[in-house]
Design a protein around this ligand. Structure first.
Ligand code: FAD
Length: 379
């Protein structure tokens, strides 16, 4: 197992792409205030996602025959990094681009790929992820949602919870039991591509601590899924989910979620910050630079088709510690007068309330550390 974070050589092609994305963002984000940008990759704006797709920046690594651009993971990384750093509202297309599309490319049937991926790449279809359940979060193998064989398909019953964006997205990649648990708890699960408009599906938004409707409870009651909704092989759901999580854990969104607050901190600190503020900003930027290198190295490993499960978990864990530290540090080093700035307060309030979730979604801190620990022990 290779745990090194090797960087690819610097490329002028990537620099040129970065400039292109920055120009696009300057043009398209100018009317979005900082407190909205603070939502960053959780900000939903279907129109903005369509504009990103028009530039060929959704599904950009996918084959051209499925609507992609056949560009590299590193080019994709540059686009994502610039989008999140600027606080672009990318949530609508994020999950489809990051993991559902990759999953379908790897395990989907020709029909699934041909009928769905081009629409995802055009920003017409948005995906969400239905893994967690009321008694199955960290212990995902405990899911109770059942898909039972029926003529021509499957009947689904069960409840998913914390499903980000289910009220705004068109499709869900849903994990269900297709066989009862055996000695091997990871056996007997399967993934399905579910059109959320089908009968038998109730989507109920749950208000979060910041007062927003972001995630949902999704209840399946005798919902019929035709045969061609099965993704991959029946019973291989666990293996498929694990491969998907590497894409979920390593991207720039894992350390840039509070980036707008960091930018606001720099703005408020002004041209002549005192020693304490300078030291705090210096320390945060040094951490940021290191995380960025590590995350870029994971993108490079993905490009080379290397196994990234452990290094992606390391980036996600360190990244969430970093993101969560920003509101606290800002509060400690700024003066009362500086904290009164209205724009700063709006960004601060949102980031403070959202920050506990940074180390929960995508795998909790304890779970990631357990994965890292076990893998180091085995090495
Ligand atoms: C903002 C947000 C968005 C989300 N979006 C989605 C989504 O789109 N789709 C989806 O499927 N899920 C989503 N989730 C759910 C998320 O994946 C789960 O919340 C997470 O996996 C933890 O599961 P849980 O909430 O059931 O907590 P639990 O698993 O019950 O954990 C509670 C606490 O116990 C600790 N713990 C649990 N097991 C162990 C162990 N073995 N060793 C040590 N400590 C342990 C955990 O680390 C945690 O601190 C989202 C969550 C949030 C906060």
């Amino acid at each position: 197992m290779n745990y090194s974070f090797e960087l690819p050589p610097r490329s002028t092609k990537l620099d040129a792409l970065r400039e292109e994305v920055r120009e696009f963002l300057i043009k398209n984000l100018s009317s979005i205030p900082m407190h909205m940008r603070a939502r960053s990759w959780h900000g939903f704006d279907a129109e903005f996602s369509r504009k990103v797709a028009e530039r060929g920046w959704v599904g950009m690594t996918w084959p051209k025959k499925y609507g992609g651009q056949e560009r590299t993971m590193l080019e994709r990384y540059v686009v994502l990094e610039e989008m999140v750093a600027a606080g672009a509202p990318v949530n609508a297309h994020w999950t489809g681009d990051r993991q559902s599309g990759q999953l379908l490319l790897r395990y989907g049937t020709d029909h699934q790929k041909e009928s769905i991926l081009p629409k995802v790449a055009r920003g017409e279809i948005f995906f969400c992820i239905g893994m967690s359940e009321p008694d199955a979060g960290s212990d995902l193998a405990n899911i109770r949602t059942r898909a039972t064989r029926a003529p021509g398909g499957w009947i689904v019953n069960g409840t998913k919870i914390w499903t980000s964006g289910a009220h705004q997205k068109h499709y869900m990649i849903m994990l269900a039991r297709t066989r009862p648990p055996e000695d091997d708890r990871h056996a007997g699960m399967s993934q399905f591509m579910v059109d959320l408009g089908l009968p038998g599906i109730a989507v109920r938004p749950i208000r979060n601590m910041a007062g927003e409707l972001h995630f949902n409870e999704v209840v399946f009651t005798d919902c019929f899924l035709p045969d061609d909704c099965l993704v991959g092989t029946e019973g291989d759901g666990w293996k498929q989910v694990m491969s998907e999580l590497s894409f979920e854990r390593s991207g720039p969104e894992r350390f840039l979620t509070a980036q707008i607050l960091l930018r606001e901190l720099v703005r408020i600190a002004g041209q002549q910050p005192g020693d304490e503020v300078s030291a705090a900003i210096g320390s945060l930027v040094a951490h940021l630079a290191t995380l960025r290198r590590m995350s870029f190295a994971v993108a490079s490993a993905l490009q080379d088709k290397r196994e990234v499960g452990t290094i992606a978990s390391i980036v996600k864990d360190l990244g969430s510690v970093f993101e969560q530290s920003i509101p606290d540090i800002a509060r400690q080093v700024l003066s009362l007068e500086q904290l009164q700035d209205e724009e700063f307060q709006d960004v601060f309030r949102y980031t403070m309330l959202a920050s506990p979730s940074f180390s929960i979604y995508g795998g909790t801190r304890e779970i990631l550390r357990s994965i890292i620990g076990k893998s180091l022990q085995a090495a």
